[in-house]
Design a protein around this ligand. Structure first.
Ligand SMILES: Cc1ncc(COP(=O)(O)O)c(C=O)c1O
Length: 342
């Protein structure tokens, strides 16, 4: 069993079936095949007609290429102090986009305008890397969500400071299901420049889409994706997965299920003596603090990551394929440890 990550989930059978169905005969390459054209149209129908779509293989590449497209060589990126961009991308944004990440103090993973303002300093100073991009993670690395109003406020603030905007949306599906807002309001209408839209963490075998709402930037992305090694030749296989993902609301079904499982986990853990819930659980993750001596036996029962070794906070994550019995059994194990006081 694993509560380690939604990356530990299998591929949804309907997506696997779509891959099998795409696997017949020949098809043109590099995004020119009928399935790729169809998938692009599907994205446009959800996110708005002005959406430019670029499929890539993984989230780190999506983020790095987006940032590369948005920055001038002397500009930095403002992101939260828990951003995946900073902690878990192996320095790719710095190495490949050639930038500096400026970490902004966050609360439950969310940045605020007053904290961002503190970094709008030394503007015009040739000795200082100039802020160029605001990158927001939605949902955040700590499983929380910005509201639609908060997203609008952050983007409006960024624009007022001449910053470009990027959303790391590895799990962006939850923004729509949890906030009850359609993708158009979260896409073209939001005013953001580029979204890294995740598929892998919500049922795909692999594949993310860069969604770009600006024509000139889209031209840059076309060349940057190739230059940074992410132009898929057999693009039909990425497209087929996204086509199945959007068919009959499969994406929402998967996101809702993983959310429901996380809620069950959260509700089952919250009143157990010895457990502290660390952040609101607003998508498919629960951050909990356990006594250190529980970690080993619990990990034997179900794999998970220790998020913070100083506080023994762990991240428990569900996926579209998490079974209610897995959650129940994990809660039982935690209860057993809590009752065993010696
Ligand atoms: C918030 C967030 N952004 C980006 C990524 C990067 O995705 P990948 O591992 O596909 O490069 C992850 C992966 O876990 C993530 O959680």
């Amino acid at each position: 069993m694993s509560l380690g990550s939604d990356n530990h989930s299998s591929v949804h059978p309907k997506i696997m079936q779509a891959l099998m169905s795409a696997n017949t005969g020949k098809a043109p390459s590099y995004g020119t095949d009928p399935l790729s054209n169809e998938a692009v149209e599907i994205f446009k129908s959800h996110f708005g007609e002005k959406t430019n779509v670029f499929f890539v293989f993984n989230g780190t590449a999506a983020n790095t290429i987006a940032i590369k497209a948005l920055l001038k060589p002397y500009q930095s990126v403002l992101c939260s102090d828990v951003a995946h961009l900073n902690w878990d991308e192996g320095g790719a944004p710095e190495a490949i986009a050639g930038t500096k990440l400026v970490l902004v103090k966050s609360e439950d993973g969310k940045v605020t305008i007053p904290e961002l303002e503190k970094h709008m300093i030394r503007l015009g100073d040739q000795h200082f890397m100039q802020p160029g991009v605001l990158s927001i993670t939605q949902p955040t690395e700590l499983g929380t969500l910005y509201t639609l109003k908060e997203l609008h406020e952050l983007i409006a603030w960024a624009k007022s400071k001449n910053l470009k905007t990027h959303i790391d949306g590895a799990r962006y599906v939850h923004t729509s299901t949890r906030l009850g807002v359609d993708f158009k309001k979260l896409g073209q209408d939001l005013g953001v420049d580029i979204i890294s839209f995740g598929g892998t963490k919500n049922g795909l075998m692999f594949g993310e889409a860069l969604l770009c709402f600006d024509k000139d930037l889209a031209t840059d992305l076309k060349y940057l994706r190739k230059q940074f090694l992410q132009l898929p030749s057999k693009s039909r296989y990425l497209a087929a997965q996204f086509k199945a993902f959007f068919k009959d609301g499969l994406w929402a079904e998967m996101a809702n299920h993983s959310y429901k499982m996380a809620q069950a986990l959260h509700d089952g853990l919250k009143n157990i003596e010895g457990v502290t819930i660390m952040h609101p659980s607003e998508c498919n993750a629960v951050f909990a603090q356990f006594p250190k001596q529980w970690i080993k036996p619990l990990k034997k029962h179900s794999f998970f990551y220790v998020w913070d070794q100083h506080t023994w906070t762990v991240r428990l994550m569900t996926g579209f394929d998490t079974e209610p019995s897995e959650i129940e059994s994990f809660i039982n194990k935690v209860t057993e440890l809590s009752n065993n006081k010696e």
